[in-house]
Design a protein around this ligand. Sequence first.
Ligand code: GLV
Ligand code: MN
Ligand code: MN
Length: 586
Amino acid sequence: MTITFDFLNRCDADAFIQALHGIYEHSPWIAARAAGGRPFASPAALKLALQQVVTGASEDEQLGLIRAHPELAGKAAVAGQLTKESTDEQARAGLGNCSEHEFAQLQALNAGYNRKFGFPFILAVKGPVGNGLGRSTIIDTFGRRLKNRRSDEIAENLRQIGRIAELRLNDLLGIRPDFGIEILARADSLAQWSDEEGALTCAYMTEAHHRVAAQLAQWMRDAGMQVAIDSVGNVVGRYLSDDPDAKTLMTGSHYDTVRNGGRYDGREGILLPIAAVRHLHERGEKLPFHLEVIGFAEEEGVRFQSIFLGSSAVAGVFDMALLERSDADGITMRTALQAAGHRVEDIPAIARKPSELLGFIEVHIEQGPVLLEHGLPVGVVTSIAGSSRYLLDLTGMASHAGTTPMAMRRDAAAAAAEIVLHVERRCSREPALVGTVGQLQVPNGSVNVVPGACRLSLDIRAADDAVREAAVADVLKEIEAICARRQIDFLLTPIVSAQAAPCAPWLMAQLEHAAARCGVPPFRLPSGAGHDAMMMAGITDIAMLFTRCGNGGISHNPLETMTADDADLSCRVFLEFLRGFQPKTM
Ligand code: GLV
Ligand code: MN
Ligand code: MN
């Protein structure tokens, strides 16, 4: 018999437990406890309810569930003693074709993991889309997680069990997260263009950047939008309403990346609205407002150390003086733009008129662990942290490493080290405050020379502007004191000062209602990362929808990941939001 979602909602509890017997390995108690929560609003709500039973269970029950799972490519797999589901999953991930070396690696990892934690390593080996992770990713993940703490691994194993259950439920109910599959496939496809071999780096106005822009423009056209690339490189698609006088709701995010970044940071927020518009267009469904989807050209500040180039132009605050700023090769932004055929004199005209706008919604991967730890696929952002960034050049005295007595040194790197530790100490004092020294160089340094110069960056953020400003003031005072004590000259160059941006309650409420209609409970969280929405807040009300970030919430890293199911659900929430959108009433 084919099992449908409708059947699961209507059948008696025994039939429900029986239908779900293969979803959690040898653990019918999970379906039994979830049965009373029926009817579920959506398959997403069913998945959440099952997983909440797991997270709400006693530690003994959780450990029992974890121990009910087989080792990866372990002895039971070799002896053919796995459940049918586990056999298929391990085969799909290629674990049946291990080389002798890989097999030996996996056995050693299994043994090491079991010895350290006392339970087996669990990984949803079918991966984010369901096609299989591949052996090298599995072995790398295994090695990484072996370094974790036991409590973190219990939580991670339970999350992986939840993901395995999700994939099994998809198979059982014939669910295909088509929007999510498309969004992830397109993010993979964009990642082929990079400034660096073997890493994803897409800096402003490089060849890779142009290729990505052209591809986004093509996908927007295919989805039924009118498309243009503006003079800072923003790719702008408009899905027009039948009412030419309608106002415009805006959405989008950035398509540049950090160095060696992830595939979804920024790009999800462009690809997801394109998928939503394509769906509307294919169904001939129009909206009572124009929808503008923007792929912002630059947000990360990699090439010219200036962030928000794309969104600041749309918000009408692009700083034309930046055109004279040079990259590491001495090429000015003006030259880079002109070489790409852009008319820099047209940049001021990019600014939108606030009176024509209904609001700005940005969809973005969370880039942190909050949703992951709460077991939720999406969340609504309350506010975006403000940030202060500086470059700091320290100048001491280069001198002989063998002959300069310790007391006579003017070591710029040692001063930098003190500054780094002070930033860490000061910013650890308050919960919603963070401080980072992400760049640290000893230019022309040698093994046998006391460092005469050191250059470092400083990034301090907080949800509360007063908290950030107080921390910045303290750090700058301490820099002065450290440099005075060590006889170091310093030059401080401010590069970013962005105020925190609160999200608009009326838009947040509409996003939450859209999520609820998709069967997801409302959940609010602040954003520690910066986003284009911060610039857009200068001209219209903003809101953000976050998608859960996998791999412990790692971002700005190639390990950044999300599942097709979470991307799919985010797209459905976004569509619900568009369909139910009500402009702000005065
Ligand atoms: C942008 O990704 C930032 O928050 O640095
Ligand atoms: Mn980023
Ligand atoms: Mn981003």
